[in-house]
Design a protein. Structure first.
Length: 524
């Protein structure tokens, strides 16, 4: 039951660097005619794997190793003392009979770096001497990404381990007519009751009777293991004194990305230079495996990448006016050489995750979309504020979602990595900024620069994302009758004299009211 330290167990805790990260890259450019160029490229890249010495296995000094602290807590080489194994004192970690968070379990491939296979094919065309268009197909495929299979832990229990005790908690498993229903538990007979009993203490009557029916009088892993711990903490766990065994690195993930990227460039002429970009893209990542032992549950899921993105920028420098060359010459000194610039970005609204179901299941699962029901409240256009009032309108339609039935698997819904639907997105948040400025040359070594910068130049009202959890729960209101919580609610209300924070972005960065700054700088 004691933690084995890397300096005495002879284990390969610290793997050698991956020796085969060979990354060839090829590129080609061919001029089809004087104004058209074909370009293509392909290559491998390997990303950096960063694990501080000792950090992969455990954090030095972060666990309460009472009584044996000389073994840890000092990072000076050679200082850590050699314990005598096995440790038989009562000061082991965790203490006898307790269940505690575990140090990391080193993966055999922990130093295999993520590999990205990327390529692009495109054309570049000169329309005029100062205007160029480009279009490219850009894509990549990534492998060996970190921590996907099973959410980064190795404490996974196969169905066969539960079956030894007559339990089938995985939805859809068990013999025909399986209707396990222990006395004293409130649950649906079958898989649901098998799941429920795993959360009961070993000392409970229901657990004792279930084990006896399977031919077991006790399954305590070692003397002194507390019977207040749950049945689920014992079955199939090689180290039941630890609640989980987290892997420091787990190169089992994949991702893929495809896009059409276009670019227009207006080189400087007639006082104007400008550029525009449009990207039509789609990305997928390997979903965190819901059922570690079922490869089919490890499906691709949409990545949070905007399907469409448009951005452009421009700079215009004001010229002299011919009229003022002969009339009021001083006016040219006032109007010339001002630089007026702007930047704008427009992209699809971020995807909203499919709600997690309210039904208790053995595996995390999600709600079911009710076909035929609109995802948004009828009449609401999430990007048009004239179609709803965020203070009083529930913009998402709760009738579009139904709970997953008991003893059923309705799809992966891993915390922090939800599934997305292409047509279920929140409001867009365009960015539109502008500036104007000029340098006034006074003498050779004296210069005065005046500049004004504006964010959210058109003073758009930008909405935060709606709440997308628990469609079955009622909405909540404050004393003013304004919606503040519940599925489909945009919690836009801010008390007077308080600064709003929408999408994690404050007014200081330009996602709130229009703001302008005037800057003057004199250098000499």
């Amino acid at each position: 039951g004691a933690t084995i330290f890397a300096n005495t167990c002879g284990c390969s805790f610290y793997q050698s660097p991956y020796p085969y990260a060979f990354a060839p890259r090829l590129g080609v450019a061919y001029q089809i005619d004087p104004k058209t160029v074909f370009r293509a490229g392909w290559g491998f890249t390997y990303q950096l794997v960063e694990n501080l010495a000792g950090g992969t296995v455990t954090s030095v000094g972060s666990y309460p190793l009472v009584g044996i602290n000389p073994y840890v807590g000092d990072q000076t080489p050679g200082f850590i003392q050699q314990p005598v194994w096995p440790v038989t004192t009562t000061n082991i970690y965790p203490a006898i009979g307790t269940t505690s968070p575990a140090p990391s379990w080193p993966d055999a491939n922990q130093n295999r770096p993520p590999r990205v296979n990327q390529w692009s094919v495109g054309f570049q065309r000169e329309i005029t001497r100062s205007f160029v268009l480009e279009a490219e197909y850009v894509a990549n495929r990534a492998a060996w990404l970190s921590g996907v299979l099973g959410g980064g832990t190795v404490t996974h229990v196969p169905a066969s381990a539960y079956a030894q005790y007559g339990l089938y908690p995985y939805p859809g498993t068990g013999p025909a007519g399986y209707n396990f229903a222990p006395t004293g538990l409130s649950c649906t007979p079958g898989n649901d009751c098998a799941r429920a009993i795993l959360s009961q203490p070993l000392s409970s009557t229901a657990v004792i009777q279930t084990l006896a029916a399977a031919g077991y009088s006790s399954i305590l892993p070692y003397t002194g293991y507390a019977t207040s711990n749950t049945l689920g903490s014992v079955i199939g766990h090689p180290f039941p004194q630890f609640s989980t065994l987290a892997q420091g690195y787990n190169p089992t993930g994949d991702s893929k990305y495809d896009s059409l990227q276009t670019k227009a460039t207006k080189r400087f002429s007639h006082g104007l230079q400008a550029g525009g970009f449009f990207t039509w893209a789609q990305g997928f990542s390997r979903a965190t495996r819901q059922d570690y032992f079922n490869y089919a549950s490890n499906e691709w899921t949409l990545s949070q990448i905007p399907p469409r993105t448009l951005s452009f920028n421009f700079i215009y420098q004001t010229p002299k006016a011919e009229y003022f060359n002969t009339h009021m010459k001083f006016m040219n000194q006032v109007i010339k050489d001002w630089q007026i610039g702007g930047f704008a970005n427009y992209e699809s609204g971020p995807f909203i995750g499919i709600p997690t179901t309210g039904t208790a299941e053995f595996l995390p699962t999600e709600d079911i979309y009710v076909k035929g029901q609109p995802l948004y409240t009828p009449g609401v256009n999430i990007n048009n504020l004239s179609t709803y009032n965020p203070y009083t309108t529930q913009v998402l339609n709760p009738a579009a979602w139904a709970q997953c039935p008991v003893n059923t698997n309705c799809g992966s819904a891993v915390t922090g990595a939800p599934n997305y639907m292409k047509n279920f997105r929140g409001p867009r948040n365009p960015k539109e900024n502008a500036n104007i400025g000029r340098n006034f040359r006074i003498k050779e070594r004296m210069n005065f620069q005046l500049r004004a910068e504006f964010t959210n130049i058109f003073n758009r009202t930008l909405m935060p994302q709606p709440i997308a959890t628990n469609p079955q729960n009622a909405v909540t209101k404050n004393a003013l009758g304004i919606l503040t919580g519940g599925f489909g609610v945009i919690d836009a209300y801010q008390a007077p004299n308080t600064a709003g924070t929408f999408d994690g972005t404050t007014a200081a960065t330009g996602l709130a009211a229009r703001a302008g700054t005037i800057i003057g700088r004199f250098s000499f």
